[in-house]
Design a protein around this ligand. Sequence first.
Ligand code: AMP
Ligand code: GLY
Length: 428
Amino acid sequence: MAKENILLIGSGGRESALAWKMRQSDLVDQLYIMPGNGSTANYGENVDGNPNDHEAVRRFIGLKDISMVVVGPEEPLVKGLADSLTEMGISVIGPRRKGAQLEGSKDFAKAFMMRHNIPTAAYKSFTKDTLKEGLDFLASLKAPYVLKADGLAAGKGVLIIDNLKEAQEQLKKMLDGMFGDASARVVIEEYLTGIEMSAFVLTDGKDYKILPEAKDYKRIGEGDTGLNTGGMGAVSPVPFADKEFLRKVEEKVIKPTIQGLQDDEIDYRGFIFFGLMNDGGEPKVIEYNVRLGDPETEVILPRIETDLVELFQATVAGRLSECNIKLSDKTCCTVMMVSGGYPGHYEKGKVITGRENVKGSIVFDAGTKREADGKVVTSGGRVLAVSTLAESKDAALAKSYEAIKGINFEGAYYRRDIGKDLDKYYKK
Ligand code: AMP
Ligand code: GLY
């Protein structure tokens, strides 16, 4: 296949890892990242611009003779960026608006799973007009109560509440615009128990390649305590996802999802992220995302040995079935260094030092920017993901933690217990 000029959309750790991996491909001529961050600039050229301004994206594409766009985050997809680019004849990794509803509307995703017999929590949806039914429905359930804003709410739209009265209050507030339009409709669902993990595929809508699975660490505090974050670390592979469980994920979740897309006439070319609960060995889908996860990407991509751009080209051409994907059986771990105070208030602009001494680990910038004088400073809550691929989980984590010791910025915090909970699952 010919070399391409590629535009990658996004600015987080996920995009740093995508840029790092794509840069290794011989199929890439120029790589641009909009808007990018401090490290994507090492793999391509950062371009100013807001990915939700589709007109600006289109103009840039015309200017630079770009033939492929890889969309990192969900929001541009839910807003139809892939529709607009596909019309221009551009290859896009990421679904069009209709497919992006799998993440853009929880109600759509639940109905999709019901229609195609994909295991998930029982649910009902309510709007302001059906508030009374919603309150009664809550009263008919057992605690804890799970309330989800239908639309995108920047990862904050899910409430899990122990007390019935409180859940009913929150339902009213959500329907009254607590998350703006995103909570004009609210999904109430059965509470699932078990242990969570993430599975991923790349699909051309007919065939799929299963990517490495991962477990992420969402809470800010050690021992999974404190507030939810975007993710504080990740491990891949996941030791409790044994062959039998992964077989069930493929048979009961992945295959019916891809078949469901075809049955519903949704032409889907891109990633699907399955947020799963492992409930006594049975997978249930908590949510779909139409993109890769962050920080999961920072442990998935180092385990993919195949040229990612080759897989992307096959995806847009609808010939994924002709490709093989080779995965490393080593373990990859990432530990996220975050700004002091995150996920609450934190300061930006702190100078990052010491990363040049890191050996054997990869530092993926998540929230940084390069100043005019060349210095890289913090510009977000999650700042750096330090990933290591090694023979074992413990070896990978030891290296990531050693690397972190040498990296400094004022207020830096990280969890020291990433992966510890998994010890009991490894065979001695
Ligand atoms: P979501 O945005 O749908 O992934 O939900 C955010 C988080 O809430 C998930 O990662 C789970 O930890 C939790 N969660 C969501 N739905 C459920 C459920 N039905 N039962 C238990 N926990 C859930
Ligand atoms: N790490 C979870 C996510 O990307 O949504």
